[in-house]
Ligand binder design. Structure first.
Ligand code: NAP
Length: 346
């Protein structure tokens, strides 16, 4: 039987995910929706020609017996409440990042899920499903480059609007690297520091851009991450892991090469939707298949959402102090420990 999704928040990414679930993927249907703007939710149901109930709020949607999994794509501050209600009702949850907007909120979710006794929650850290990162992880896990020693990466966006603030560079942009980098090398973070190079004249007055973030992991790996959200030229994600015996590098996204007007070149993507479209499809297909076949999700867990939040908080402190900030992480509970086989089968 198909997995019935109830969608909470039918805005930009909610609509994208509804389209991928109904048009691209197999094994699931959208059976219910809700949004603070109920008219919007109703219109999307009509537009996508869905056989789905429109509920007045998340509580009513979670109590709908046809809803087996709740897709949380409302705005960040509403995530915690919906996720906790869904866990209490024993329903599966796919929640877009952030899991919750505070680490205390993430901890409440982690506790509630453990009390329920089985994994119910997956967090939308889709980079773990990107084929380039997966190839890098496989090489690192197979000791192809020996012990990882250093990581260099960049997260560049062409430009951002007025509402984008300096802390969002950590909490909205770097959050994806925060999740991906420790997973990639199989280590935990120990500390974080933020430094500010010369400011780009293209950045608005209130925004510090670019920023360089330095992580140190428990085993001593140093990771440099550049965040540059007004780089002008495109959406550009780079990552390179340097090991004792070699280097692995995130592949460039293939694009048509051209020769024109005396130039030989390649187009650069302009947005994250195109860059990670396949990864989004893969993460949802894995969520659906894991639940349908194994009875629980196996992707990034609420513990991963919690780690990202604690690390993000330390990053925001480091933005102000400009000092090395210690990242205090409790040990991963057995409940959230994964075997290598489970990780590599993502
Ligand atoms: P959005 O376009 O503003 O959509 C959010 C929708 O949820 C809006 O329709 C909003 O209504 C509604 N909403 C807010 N609170 C609600 C509640 N309590 N119950 C039901 N509906 C509620 O935002 P978005 O860009 O889609 O982002 C949604 C989430 O996805 C955010 O957490 C964001 O960080 C995450 N995201 C993740 C990625 C990724 O790379 N994985 C990319 C983009 C976004 P109003 O507009 O009327 O408030």
């Amino acid at each position: 039987m198909n997995l019935g999704f109830g969608v909470v928040g039918t805005g930009a990414i909610g609509q994208e995910h509804m389209k991928r679930i109904t048009r691209k993927l197999t094994g699931a249907d959208i059976v219910a929706v809700t949004d603070v703007n109920q008219e919007l939710a109703g219109n999307i149901v009509k537009e996508l020609n869905l056989n789905a109930s429109v509920h007045k709020d998340d509580t009513e949607l979670i109590n709908d017996p046809n809803v087996k999994a709740v897709l949380v794509t409302s705005w960040g501050p509403a995530h915690e409440g919906t996720v906790l209600k869904a866990i209490e009702a024993g329903k599966f949850v796919f929640v877009e990042k952030p899991l919750a907007t505070t680490s205390e909120g993430c901890e409440r979710i982690v506790t509630a899920e453990q009390e329920q006794g089985k994994r119910l929650v997956q967090v939308g850290f889709m980079r773990r499903y990107d084929s380039g990162y997966l190839q890098m992880k496989e090489a690192i896990d197979n000791n192809f480059i020996g012990e990882p020693l250093m990581v260099r990466c960049s997260h560049r966006n062409p430009e951002v609007g007025e509402r984008y603030t300096t802390d969002m560079a950590i909490l909205d942009t770097l959050i994806h690297e925060i999740d991906t980098l420790h997973w990639l090398v199989g280590d935990d973070y120990k500390s974080i520091q933020v430094t500010y190079p010369k400011k780009s004249s293209r950045a608005l007055e209130h925004l510090k851009d670019p920023q360089i973030v330095t992580f140190e992991t428990k085993s001593g790996i140093i990771m440099h991450a550049e965040i540059f959200v007004n780089c002008q030229f495109g959406y550009d994600i780079q990552c390179e892991v340097i090991g004792e015996e070699g280097v692995v590098k995130l592949p460039e996204v293939p694009s048509v090469g051209y020769r024109k007007d005396g130039v030989r070149g390649y187009k650069i993507l302009q947005d994250w939707q195109h860059r990670f479209n396949d990864a989004f499809n893969n993460e949802f297909q894995d969520f659906i298949d894991s639940i349908n076949q194994k009875g629980e999700p196996q992707g990034p867990s609420s513990w991963d959402g919690y780690i990202a939040s604690v690390t993000g908080d330390a990053g925001v402190r480091a933005q102000t102090s400009e000092q090395v900030e210690v990242i205090e992480l409790p040990d991963r509970p057995d409940f959230y420990k994964k075997t290598k086989l489970e990780e590599s089968s993502l």
